[in-house]
Write a protein that binds this ligand. Sequence first.
Ligand code: ATP
Ligand code: MG
Length: 188
Amino acid sequence: MSRGDLRLFVALDLPEPLREALMDVQDGLGVGREVPEDDLHVTLAFLDGQNPQVVEVLHDMLSAIRMVPVRLTVKGLELFGGRRPNLVAALVEKVPELAALQEKVAQAARMAGIDLPRRRFRPHVTLLRFPGALSPEGRERIAAYMAAHGDIALDGSEAVTFSLYQSHLRAGGPVYEALARYPLTAAG
Ligand code: ATP
Ligand code: MG
């Protein structure tokens, strides 16, 4: 990322009931750096560092997306990072509406000239991050919580917007700034 570039990503905004349910999970885990309630999201496309000039055309492309709301259902928790876990995420069911929206967003980014790597979309909401190494106590706590609640199912409400965010990386954690928000409206 060069000087002056903006760190951008596009994400689905979570409905209030799901946010609240996920905050309860976060409280139960009680380890690491918690993602603030207002920052909970499902990343649709991580765009990395982009020249500020692409923002306008990207915004036009994203504004043109006409897709329906996405029902968000959480099915299980997962520790990401393999042998060095760095976060806990709630896995989101990849329903057709969500897969289709993710593809549209990726297409919009490419049409805006962004070179987006092709990777499998695994929709999730990051709940906690472990910026440093996890202590043995932390590991135990997570293992116990996952054993008890790792198969959690939260039957979701609908996401009705997605947003373009700029991420400002700070020592205490990232600050996400919403640059624009886009509606998902019922068909018909
Ligand atoms: P931090 O990196 O300080 O832990 P963060 O990951 O929340 O914080 P960003 O790195 O700016 O902040 O990421 C913004 C969003 O994009 C997050 O949802 C993150 O998971 C996702 N993301 C970041 N990097 C990638 C990547 N290389 N591939 C896919 N998604 C990514
Ligand atoms: Mg990151």
